[in-house]
Design a protein around this ligand. Structure first.
Ligand SMILES: [Ca+2]
Length: 566
């Protein structure tokens, strides 16, 4: 007995010592982590995904890494950020709707990140990482849930985004606040930045500062860089806009077909993929007057200028990482938080003497959003592929097999998978509790195996979506999707990702089973059934909205191709 006990104790001590040696032997530095998030940019807005907007720096990241072509996000800003940062579904994190939007009694719409989830910054900070963010937070700063208390050592955080210039007055967004390490400032306060900054550059300036701080502390870094580009109100420096003015006079249909053809050539899309017609309630470019076309051209020129400027800013950050000798050991992930935004309907918005300047109000509207989301249907807010599909570009020179550079990952992944991936590459465990709070179990799965060239196995569980009653469930082959108040539709996404051929009457059992699965998921993840009462609470009205999300009457009815009234 004694002997056995000594042996066991001895074995345990030996195991502990081997384990300690094992840890010490792993002196290979853990990667730096850079997560870049665009705002409201569509699936086809970057050159490497078919855009005519030049994005050489983003394209270079893709050429030196992996592009995920079946990557998914949630339909809206705050829910996507919640899934990205926590690896749980948005309602589980409390963010089923936007920052500050609450519904009494709802467990999933709490307006801020709840304590039942943990951010990757919180977990990696405990592993010795220097953690920082610069950009749009949108997870409840106003309710006391800012980045400074959710794991970020350093932060420059805009509560809701929509900030481009310090003296911004346009777009009904003025007198904004911004938080520096948890302390509140007016955005125009010189403590934030000198002179007439542009937020895309400001966020990169802070990012560079934070990277240098991490280096000085000899720590690996986690840097989260959520740009406000290209959320409404669209604003960009005049010289950027001038570069694009006049480039959109061919109209949305011609440009969309050109993006579609490039996507097929690039291998983004299957050769037999179809390009669906524009949604009802959109304008026919050919029926617009020259003046109207010129106005629409201006809206898209501002949008393109924002993306082009973001690309240059990303290039500047990459150059800095390279000059500091950090680029090879930095895992970069780049995506957007939801598809392009059609909230402003067929007309978009164009006001101000110099559209795109700090006093103007510009939004691109439904037709240009249709271009951005090529080849998909629907927009931000919706669970149609246009609302939930974005590229994911992953670069990590020392961590991704070099032979994979420039290739596409076709397996299905989602923002909810980022946490699991970061935990795998940093050798970090997801805990059961954090700071005394029991945690929702991790929902995503790591896609780090793709860095070694392994195909992602088919997902065990489907992906699920819900926002404002728009909902979907998606497997590798099937997608069941519904706009609020409309019937379910079923698509075989292996051949019909642009949702043109509804099979719900051909495969009723498939649809029934998936709807039941969606209901079980919703019940288990705090997703409330959306209702007229929820509309009243969130939008201040009960009626349904038009197919772009609002209910204005189009200003040029004679140029509308097909009218659909919900
Ligand atoms: Ca967004």
């Amino acid at each position: 007995m004694d002997f056995n006990r000594r042996t066991i104790l001895g074995a345990t001590a030996a195991a502990a010592s081997i384990s300690a040696v094992g840890v010490n032997a792993q002196t290979k530095p853990r990667p730096n982590i850079l997560v870049i998030l665009a705002d409201d940019q569509g699936y086809s807005d970057w050159g490497c995904f078919g855009s005519e907007i030049p994005t050489p720096n983003i394209d270079a990241l893709a050429a030196g890494g992996l592009s995920f072509t079946n990557f998914f996000v949630t339909p809206r800003c705050s829910p996507s950020r919640a899934a990205l940062l926590t690896g749980t579904w948005p309602h589980q994190a409390g963010m089923g709707h936007l920052s500050q939007i609450t519904i009494p009694g709802s467990q999933g719409i709490a307006g801020k990140l709840l304590d039942r989830v943990v951010t990757f910054a919180e977990l990696l900070k405990e592993q010795g990482y220097f953690t920082a963010m610069a950009g749009k937070w949108h997870l409840g700063i106003e309710s006391g849930t800012g980045p400074d208390i959710r794991g970020f050592d350093r932060s420059l955080a805009s509560p809701q985004g929509r900030v481009y210039f310090p003296d911004q007055k346009g777009g009904q967004v003025s007198n904004q606040q911004i938080f520096l390490d948890g302390k509140q400032y007016d955005i125009s306060d010189p403590a934030i930045g000198p002179g007439e900054w542009y937020s895309t550059d400001l966020f990169v300036d802070y990012s560079i500062k934070y990277v240098r701080e991490a280096r000085a502390q000899k720590k690996p870094f986690v840097l989260y860089l959520p740009f406000v580009a290209a959320h409404n109100p669209l604003m960009a420096p005049a010289e950027d806009i001038a570069r694009f003015k006049g480039k959109y006079m061919a109209g949305w249909d011609v440009l969309r077909e050109a993006r579609f053809e490039r996507q097929k050539k690039l291998g983004i899309l299957a050769a037999d993929q179809r390009l669906p017609p524009r949604e009802p309630n959109t304008y026919n470019w050919e029926k617009l007057t020259p003046k109207q076309r010129d106005e629409f051209d201006t809206m898209m020129a501002v949008y393109a200028a924002i993306i082009s400027h973001m690309d240059r800013a990303i290039g500047r950050l990459m150059a800095e990482l390279k000059s500091l000798g950090l680029l090879d050991d930095t895992l970069v992930m780049l995506t957007s938080d939801n598809g392009a935004n059609a909230e402003t309907g067929p007309d978009g918005i164009l006001t101000g003497d110099h559209p795109g300047d700090p006093t103007s109000s510009v939004a691109a509207g439904m037709e240009w959003s249709t271009l951005s989301n090529t080849p998909f249907r629907y927009f931000k807010h919706f669970a149609g592929e246009g609302g939930i599909s974005n590229p994911l570009i992953v670069s990590w020179p020392r961590g991704i097999d070099r032979s994979l550079n420039g290739t596409h990952v076709k397996g299905m992944s989602h923002l909810v998978d980022v946490m699991a991936t970061l935990l795998e590459v940093t050798g970090t465990q997801y805990p059961k509790t954090f700071k005394g709070h029991e945690l929702i179990p991790l929902q995503g799965r790591s896609f780090a195996s793709t860095f070694r060239g392994n195909a992602l196995p088919p997902r065990q569980a489907p992906l699920y979506f819900e926002h404002e009653g728009h909902r979907a469930i998606r497997t590798e082959q099937w997608k069941l999707v519904q706009n609020w108040g409309q019937p379910w539709a079923l698509y075989d996404v292996t051949t019909d990702r642009s949702e043109t051929n509804d099979l719900v009457n051909v495969k009723p059992q498939q649809a029934f089973d998936m709807a039941a699965q969606w209901n079980s998921w919703a019940a288990a993840t705090f997703v409330d059934p959306w209702s007229v009462a929820y509309n009243q609470r969130v939008f201040g009205r009960t009626q349904r909205r038009q197919n772009w999300g609002e209910d204005q009457t189009p200003k040029i009815p004679e140029a509308i191709d097909t009218v659909l009234k919900w």
